[in-house]
Design a protein around this ligand. Sequence first.
Ligand code: GDP
Ligand code: IMO
Ligand code: MG
Length: 428
Amino acid sequence: MPALVLLGAQWGDEGKGKATDLLGGSVDYVVRYQGGNNAGHTVVVGDQKYALHLLPSGILSPGCTPVIGNGVVVDPAVLLSELSGLNERGVDTSKLLVSGNAHLITPYNVTLDKVGERFLGKRKIGTTGRGIGPTYADKINRVGIRVQDLYDESILTQKVEAALELKNQLLAKLYNRRAIDPAKIVDEMLAYAEQIKPFVADTTLILNNAIDEGKVVLFEGGQGTLLDVDHGTYPFVTSSNPTAGGACTGAGVGPTKINRVIGILKAYTTRVGAGPFPTELFDKDGEALRTIGGERGVTTGRDRRCGWFDAVIARYATRVNGLTDFFLTKLDVLTGWEQIPVCVAYEIDGKRVEELPYSQSDFHHAKPIYEMLPGWTEDISKAKTFSELPKNAQAYVKALEEMSGAPISAIGVGPGRDETIEINSFLS
Ligand code: GDP
Ligand code: IMO
Ligand code: MG
């Protein structure tokens, strides 16, 4: 099983960090292929809790080589501080590889992300303010700065000057901000260059060779399917492709090399930031999911919006990613409800709709059609096998599997590495 993709099947925060970390001990490479430090992945190892933003979750597994692929946007200051934070806690980060083709998040793009959101007022996306959108926009506009540019001062200077020529007009004339001096940006970037240099590599070559040699490579998505710029709830999305195809472009590995695509699926639904969310709850059930599930953003500290499980979205994730398996997380959070509503379809303008509508206006009008499934009260956090789950919890999992279109191969019953029920091995 040389190459697997692990990605979010909903709006992010499904528990990708835990799932990647769980597999990390058995894989040779863990690769981030898109996004940047907008991600917030919590990994709990024993009594230690780690919050990772930019680094792949595999960095916590000693035998594993963590890789930041070409499709990622890298804030060099965040990279270095995340590395030193882990080093202080005794984590060896020396194996990290960073693609020379990855784009850099520069301070002016962080500023533009923040002032741009303010400018949008109530039409804002609710971004993480980390400079993600403006950096990907620069990449597509061909005015981006790449990791490799740090090692050619003259090219770096030319590129920063070219980028700021337009951006300074925007900052000064539209946003009423002081123009930024290109020389200052170049100096700041150059100050990071030497510290990052040991990690910079031709990651595409290394990863393709590794797969050809039968090594196990895991591609770890940030964000989630519904936040994908092409397949998500545009424009309320992030600016990259967390869906499975993004692993190919964001790491330089062809689709024929990928054997398995695992969707991480929360047993209910959450979302951070603005945008449609049919099963969102505004009552005490929503508050209970938030409190019991600890649904507060790892990156921005914002409360996550919470709602019931949405099977329409899960089916859509199966379709656009070609999912082979699901990893169902946070089943333990649902313990204690007498009945658990699950959205099986939408009602849109009086009609029952089974598939995610492609029209933005239709999705904004979608009303969930719920089926009630019986709940359970027993503590499930110690369950190690499927048969140890209460009958109603088993039935809940089976019903979700039936509705979602791919087998559920693992179930999370707590945040810790060992609080997982494995049904089918992901690596066989
Ligand atoms: P990610 O962005 O997809 O990696 O997810 P986050 O780390 O942002 O949010 C998931 C949260 O749920 C984290 O606090 C995890 O420690 C926690 N978590 C993951 N799996 C489980 C689970 O099965 N049960 C419980 N109770 N918590 C979990
Ligand atoms: P992980 O990897 C949840 C959301 C933001 C905002 C939108 C665009 O932890 O699942 P951006 O800063 O990316 O331009 O913001 O995307 N968002 C996330 N929501 N989990 C994430 O990452 C997210 N990364 C971005 O809240 O709505
Ligand atoms: Mg997260």
